[in-house]
Design a protein around this ligand. Structure first.
Ligand code: CMC
Length: 437
């Protein structure tokens, strides 16, 4: 809906343009008419890192970063974390509505039906080195599913899309658990479809010789809550990757693998692993002030702090802190928690962090919980990728169904040479610095 028009006067030409504004945004394509002459390509927006560019319209997730609000399909994250299971929330995110009891039963059945991996995928996983990073294994194995389900390329068929979504939501915990067992040298455990989604995941991770795995209900619920909190987060780096790769009509397996690759970086989902490494490096509470000084001097970042969107306490971090207390009642309190709490206390009182509105984000406490539950830090980002697969798929569907979307293809401002005369080999002089040689 058009709100009003923006009047732009081009001081280069003296021309004035009326640009429509709708939903607090102007369309960058409307700038193209602003030209200095017929040869001019027209004005573009220049926005490295998408600091102020909306790339889509989306009805999945709402964030108000100033107020610390996060909602999926209109429902506050706090209500969903308290009252729903992860699969219930997954249904909400994927379809737009909370399921009735019957719809939930059908959906849970569909996901369960797809928890097994093809034996060749299992063998594929066995081929990784014993010390392969679980996230690398996860990304590659999700991509490899594309070879098992070639019909998934039919991305414009809604029925095929639904089937691939069920498969992916069903299989990502299995892949994640197998990467974990692989890194420990243990045999893979087949899914147990009598168990709930988090219980079955725990079964595939930790069952040894016992005939039936009994998950601790507090830990299973904590895992489910962590999955809910990580399920979607609107247009972040990995979701943008999912949409960009999916916009070429690549299949959902390779698109999800690409999104997971984006997630793996330490500035995104890899931050939870980086937080644990940071806490290890700090070592004890009394060394916190010295570390904060290093952060302020720009030598290191305070991992798990800061967010592009939240300029207030990340609402997920608050729920995670609450969940951590429940987990520690079972596992005992982690000594890392003392360091984390002290880091948070010192940082939140310090001008450097106050001025920049840097608060703990979702990754600050999640790693401490995961470690208390028995996960190695290398697994943390994989634990993030399992639930985020739901968000990626919901955004992928939305992108494919949006008539305004096309293949994602940004513009650039070219800064290279103008046309140059070709130089034959015998006349070339070495000019390239060491990196290329
Ligand atoms: N430690 C110290 N200083 C920081 C931090 C931090 N964690 N984060 C931002 N700053 C400073 C930054 O140096 C800059 O200062 P100045 O204005 O003096 O140059 C200012 O705050 C603004 O930061 P920015 O880098 O422009 O902010 P951004 O929106 O580009 O980056 C971020 C957001 C999440 C990449 C960044 O805050 C960061 O690197 N945090 C640590 C990594 C982390 O915890 N990532 C997880 C994010 S939440 C989950 C997810 O996305 O998966």
């Amino acid at each position: 809906m058009e709100d009003k028009r923006l009047s732009i006067t081009d001081e280069r030409t003296g021309s004035t343009y009326k640009i429509p504004v709708a939903d607090g945004a102007l369309r960058s394509m409307d700038l193209r008419q602003i030209k200095t002459g017929p040869e001019d390509f027209g004005l573009m927006g220049y926005d490295p890192a998408f600091m102020n560019t909306a790339s889509c319209r989306s009805s999945v997730t709402f964030i108000d970063g100033e107020k610390g609000i996060l909602r999926y399909r209109g429902y506050p994250i706090e209500d969903l974390a308290e009252q729903c299971t992860f699969l219930e929330v997954a249904y909400l995110i994927l379809t737009g509505e909370l399921p009735t009891a019957q719809e939930l039963e059908v959906w849970v059945g569909q996901v369960r039906h797809h928890t097994m991996l093809h034996e060749t995928t299992k063998k594929f996983l066995e081929g990784f080195r014993y010390d392969a990073h679980p996230m690398g294994m996860f990304i590659s194995t999700v991509a490899a599913l594309s070879t098992i389900y070639p019909e998934a390329r039919n991305v414009l068929d809604p029925a095929s899309r639904r089937l691939q979504i069920q498969r992916l939501v069903g299989k990502v915990p299995t892949i994640a658990a197998y990467t974990y067992r692989h890194s420990l040298g243990y045999p893979y455990v087949y899914p147990d479809n009598e168990l709930s989604y988090p219980e079955n995941f725990m079964n595939m991770l930790w069952r040894m010789v016992e005939p039936r795995y009994q998950a601790n209900p507090t830990l299973a619920r904590a895992l489910d809550i962590l999955f809910i909190l990580h399920a979607d987060h609107e247009q972040n780096c990995s979701t943008n990757t999912m949409r960009a790769v999916g916009s070429s009509q690549a299949d959902p397996y390779v698109s999800t693998a690409a999104a997971a690759a984006a997630l793996s970086g330490p500035l995104h989902g890899g931050a939870n692993e980086a937080v644990l490494k940071m806490l290890d490096e700090i070592g004890s509470k009394d060394r916190v002030p010295a570390y904060i000084e290093r952060v302020k001097a720009g030598h290191v970042k305070l991992m798990g702090f800061g967010h592009r969107v939240y300029k207030n306490y990340d609402p997920r971090a608050r729920i995670i802190k609450w969940t951590a207390d429940r987990v520690f009642e079972v596992t005992g309190r982690s000594p890392k928690l003392e360091i984390a709490l002290e880091l948070e206390r010192v940082a939140l009182e310090d001008d450097y962090f106050i001025k920049r509105k840097l608060y703990p984000n979702v990754d600050f406490y999640s790693g401490i919980i995961y470690q208390a539950m028995g996960f190695k830090p290398e697994m943390f980002t994989v634990l993030f990728a399992i639930p985020r697969t739901v968000g990626w798929l919901a955004q992928w569907q939305e992108m494919l169904e949006d008539p305004e979307q096309k293949i994602a293809r940004p513009r650039q401002i070219y800064t290279g040479h103008g046309k140059r005369e070709f130089v034959p080999m015998e006349k070339r002089v070495a000019k390239v610095a060491s990196a290329a040689r």
